[in-house]
Design a protein. Structure first.
Length: 295
């Protein structure tokens, strides 16, 4: 007894559609893998560890010793306020900035090696790729910032447990903002030389004009035009509020009537908005096609 091909096809069981369908991996798996890769890559390159924390600490010691006698605050800043103490929160943000630079410059290397193209064609949303990159750089920056924060014991800074936890949260938010900003800058770059040029003309002046190195002059009747312009520029700098928030959590005070200091609530709001806007910009620019991308 013979069976036709049509009968054989009709009698055969239907294929298992569940097995035939490829399930897309969870986007959080991509986030964790990319985040872990950034951390492993960082700690395997010891020169990055030394460079990201060694240079800011060296600046802190050299400038603190050199400007110790010339730095003065009025009576509102409290007697005995040294430049080492004033410069401490600024150095903390400089470590976050340097770590963000070193973490995001690897985007240029990944593109030249072809790894970035492989990530772009993977079945994972772009926000997961950006979040994994940003989260990895932020955790590295937070780790190094906590190491430098241990130097507060040398300065005899007394902070409560709640103050330390709030400072860690503020450092994390600032790290997200700076790392996302680094992603925005590095995504369109084809060479590390171009990235360093942008760092020199944008990121470093951004840090210098944040109140990290010198206080923000207050506006008054006797303020000159240069002090007015400097005041406006520094108040428009979002990093000013991250530095100001860290300084208020560490020292719990203002710098006096001669200098302008942002309110604590303003520092938190602006820093959070800075992080949200920069992450949204990094997500958007990662979705745009470039010449070197395969997606």
């Amino acid at each position: 007894m013979t069976t036709t091909a049509a009968q054989t096809q009709h009698d055969s069981p239907p294929p298992n559609t569940e097995r035939a369908t490829l399930r897309a991996p969870s986007p959080w798996l991509a986030v964790s893998v990319l985040c872990w890769r950034e951390m492993v890559r960082f700690f395997r390159q010891r020169n990055r560890v030394v460079g990201a924390i060694g240079q800011p600490v060296l600046f802190w010691l050299l400038f603190g010793a050199g400007l110790q006698r010339s730095f003065r605050l009025d009576e509102g800043g409290g007697p005995g306020t040294s430049f080492l103490e004033y410069y401490f929160p600024g150095t903390l943000m400089l470590i976050l900035l340097f770590t963000a630079i070193f973490a995001t410059i690897s985007i240029i290397e990944d593109r030249s090696e072809g790894l970035l193209q492989s990530v772009l064609v993977a079945p994972a949303p772009r926000w997961a790729m950006v979040l994994g990159k940003v989260l990895g750089g932020t955790l590295i920056a937070l780790f190094q910032g906590l190491i430098f924060l241990a130097l507060a014991l040398v300065l005899q800074i007394s902070m409560s447990l709640a103050g330390i936890l709030l400072l860690v949260v503020l450092m994390f938010i600032a790290g997200v903002a700076l790392t996302s900003l680094g992603v925005v800058i590095a995504w369109r770059m084809d060479s590390t030389q171009g990235f360093h040029a942008i760092m020199s003309i944008l990121l470093m002046p951004m840090w210098l004009l944040s109140g990290a190195f010198f206080p923000i002059p207050a506006l008054g009747a006797q303020a000159t035009w240069s002090e007015t312009v400097l005041h406006v520029v520094m108040r428009c700098n979002p990093l000013t509020y991250a530095v100001g928030g860290a300084r208020q959590l560490i020292y719990n005070g203002t710098l006096g009537a001669s200098f302008w200091t942002p309110a604590p609530a303003t520092c938190w709001v602006v820093t959070c908005l800075f992080a949200i806007v920069m992450f949204a910009a990094a997500w958007w620019i990662a979705g745009q096609r470039t010449r070197g991308d395969a997606a």
